[in-house]
Design a protein. Sequence first.
Length: 139
Amino acid sequence: MARPKSQVHSEFLLTFLSETFKTSPKSDFFLPFFAKQLEKTNKRLQADVDDLSVEADHNRSVISQLEKKQRQFDKALADERLVSSKYAEERDQAEREAREKETKAISLGHECEELKDKVRFVLLRHIALVLLRHTSNVT
């Protein structure tokens, strides 16, 4: 695994400072102080990196859960749309059948009226013929 940038940065700084203070007569005095400060900074930065890694893992887990819920919702929505479509088709079919039956009922009603008119005509003609025969027999 590659070293974290903070550690590389700290090591570079430590090397730079140690090279700088080698030529200085006070290098023995300042070098341990800078080394300790760099170690503290390195530990703090490493803790920050660890915290961010844990947070990123948590966020990935939350995203995964949300994606799963989204897939479940999408499936439920698709199922509902399928059921809705089925009921719409059934409704449309029932409406077509109702219109066809209504049309047939109207047609049968007209046919019935025509037959009634024919029966009336035949009855009236029959009555007229009976009356005509009756009047010719009476005379």
